[in-house]
Design a protein around this ligand. Structure first.
Ligand code: UDP
Length: 302
């Protein structure tokens, strides 16, 4: 049966900007695969978003502040002319054209709005527990609408008081976009959003001690944090390559000897882990959060 599905993307950045982190790849891959399976898809996302061969409706407005930069007891904050509110106003207007709406934002508002919509809303939860207010609204909604919350991993689900009610969906990538490289260089790679929860400094400290070259790719989300790492380790053998698209990323990633993953938080999944595996690149990671699962997969592959 072909379904009409409306995806409402993350409110922290445009698709293609890197601000949304792994959610951007998840939205892209799910939209592509559901289209391949004959479903009709529309993606609603902040201004300047784009996806190849998928209908994207872009919405103007001010972005949300990423919740992982805030404390657990932070009140719910929505900026003036909020893109989050504008995207959900659009979803409300077009809802009768759809069988299902899928929310990819971690924000309080889409959970709160769920009972007010006539079209069912499913929620793809992209991070572990972040704030008391979001845990509370999620708990209320999952009790009212069981079976509507998807998460990446059990480790992520376990951070929530409603862990046993989450559906574990995992993550996936389009393997045809990644090439296996038989001839790795001597370099290691680190990739992702450059932000404190990813603890890039641990990887830079490690290569400062070993002298192994480290290539870094990803969007600098927190410039002060990046500059502090550069100042703290002035002689580290690191090279910053910028934020790369998937094709450039897999080319660089495929050349490296191993991927270092050093998150400080409970990484919900770590999409970069499966991207590395798709290029035949082993992962050296903390045994924590969703990465425990990636490491188990890696052990099966190598
Ligand atoms: N990424 C990218 N270009 C880069 C570095 C990273 O497109 O130069 C993407 C990568 O493909 C992955 C995402 O950034 O999809 C990071 O996702 P992950 O799940 O590892 O972490 P998150 O940012 O969601 O915490």
């Amino acid at each position: 049966m072909s379904l009409k599905i409306l995806f409402v993307s993350t409110s922290v950045g445009s698709l293609g900007s890197g601000q949304g982190g792994g959610v951007e790849l998840t939205v892209k891959n799910l939209a592509q695969e559901l289209t391949n399976r004959g479903h009709q898809l529309e993606v609603v996302a902040p201004q300047a978003s784009w996806l190849t061969n998928i209908l994207v409706t872009t919405i103007q407005g001010n972005l949300q502040v990423p919740v992982q930069t805030q404390n657990r007891d932070v009140p719910i904050c929505i900026p003036d002319n909020s893109v989050l509110a504008n995207m959900w106003e659009y979803a409300r207007q077009v809802q009768t054209q759809y069988d299902l709406i899928v929310n990819f934002a971690f924000d309080w508002l889409p959970f709160y709005l769920t009972p007010f919509f006539t079209t069912p809303i499913a929620h793809f939860i992209s991070m572990g527990s972040m704030t008391d207010a979001s845990d509370r609204i999620m708990q209320q909604i999952i009790e009212q609408y069981p079976g509507t919350f998807g998460v990446y991993t059990q480790s992520q689900a376990d951070t929530f008081p409603f862990a046993h009610q989450c559906e574990i969906l995992g993550s996936a990538i389009d393997l045809s976009l990644y090439q296996f490289n038989h001839y790795p260089s001597a370099s290691l790679t680190w990739l992702g959003r450059i932000a404190p929860e990813k603890a890039l400094e641990d990887a830079v400290k490690a290569v400062s001690l070993t002298g192994t070259p480290l290539k870094i790719m990803g969007r600098i989300e927190d410039r002060d944090y990046w500059e502090k790492i550069c100042n703290d380790f002035p002689k580290a053998p690191i090279e910053y390559l910028g934020f790369l698209d998937t094709n450039q990323l897999q080319q660089e990633l495929g050349k490296c000897r191993a991927l270092l993953m050093t998150p400080r938080w409970v990484e919900a999944f770590g999409n970069v882990a499966i991207e590395a595996l798709a290029c035949g690149v082993p992962i050296i990671a903390y045994r924590r959060g969703g990465l425990r699962r990636s490491c188990e997969m890696a052990r099966q592959v190598f």
